[in-house]
Write a new protein. Structure first.
Ligand SMILES: Nc1ncnc2c1ncn2[C@@H]1O[C@H](COP(=O)(O)OP(=O)(O)OP(=O)(O)O)[C@@H](O)[C@H]1O
Length: 270
């Protein structure tokens, strides 16, 4: 089971209008694994998650999830597949007017016919898994940032997904909460036999918990490997990331006109 492929991506191309974002991406992600996707700002990481979730269509190539080509699914099939995927954004966006309990129960009530007593048991189980069973009566405003992130995590596993995609799960957390969230991602993936994809800039934290890393730059995969391979890599790009250097193959600057021409210093003054 654990060496089964959950996601297969082949020759994936994607453009926003004329602007090519992903250029021939190939990836294989196995069940039960935690995979990190790293790359500079604007390199197309979030776009890749949206392609996996079927929110946008590739220009060519495909994403297969559990053996099915996502962009070929009919509307109701896509809907069903999305139920098996969870997408967790930076701030988790809890419903502010619902308690912790009701936030986690929300999708169970929406999408299943489970009785309230069954839902209660399941919600408490999910909250127990993130260490917050005791906080079930609190409102989101009463939670710390790290706790809110854990409730969002409990909510994202409410329907026992096959896949969770985390977009920048570590952003804005203090070092302790960051380790807590990282360890939870690992433990939940193992305990529930899910696959987790983590888009992150936090190299050090993610190398501690992931099985495999892909680096994206300029719309292509420029490096990939296990955390040990990544740490030992002498590739300038990987080195820049692992050692947090500001400039290198990944440029600090968004492509721009020369400064001089932007400031109209070229070609004389009118
Ligand atoms: N709806 C859109 N229409 C046009 N261009 C878009 C749209 N969404 C994103 N882009 C562009 O596509 C590129 C890739 O964006 P994406 O959000 O996938 O990058 P990212 O790697 O997740 O970046 P970051 O790490 O900064 O979040 C960016 O240059 C962005 O400006």
């Amino acid at each position: 089971m654990s060496s089964e492929t959950l996601i297969e991506i082949k020759g994936l191309n994607f453009s926003y209008g004329e602007r090519s974002i992903l250029k021939g991406i190939d990836m294989t992600m196995l069940r039960g694994k935690v995979i990190a996707i790293m790359g500079g700002s604007g390199s197309g990481k979030t776009t890749l998650l949206r392609l996996i979730g079927g929110a946008v269509r590739p220009s060519s190539g495909y994403v297969k999830v559990a053996g099915k080509v996502v962009h070929e699914l009919k509307r109701d099939e896509l809907f069903q597949m999305r139920r098996k995927m969870s997408m967790l954004f930076q701030f988790g966006a809890l419903f502010t007017d619902l308690s912790v309990f009701d936030n986690v129960a929300f999708q169970m009530r929406e999408h299943t016919d489970l009785s309230e007593s069954m839902i209660r048991d399941l919600v408490l189980m999910k909250l127990q898994a993130v260490g917050l069973r005791g906080a079930h009566d609190l409102m989101p405003a009463q939670l710390s940032g790290g706790m809110a992130r854990r409730v969002a995590l409990a909510r994202s596993i409410a329907l026992d997904p096959l896949l969770i995609m985390y977009d920048e799960p570590f952003t804005g957390l203090d070092p302790i909460s960051l380790t807590v969230i990282g360890n939870l991602v690992r433990r939940l993936t193992d305990a529930l036999g899910m696959t987790s994809i983590v888009v992150t800039h936090d190299v050090q934290e993610s190398l501690k918990i992931v099985d495999y890393v892909y680096f994206i730059a300029g719309g292509v995969i420029v490096a990939h490997g296990t955390p040990a391979e990544v740490r030992g890599s002498v590739m300038p790009f990987v080195h820049q990331f692992v050692h947090g250097e500001e400039d290198g193959p990944v440029s600090f600057h968004y492509p721009a006109e020369t400064y001089a021409s932007d400031l109209k210093l070229e070609g004389g003054f009118a």
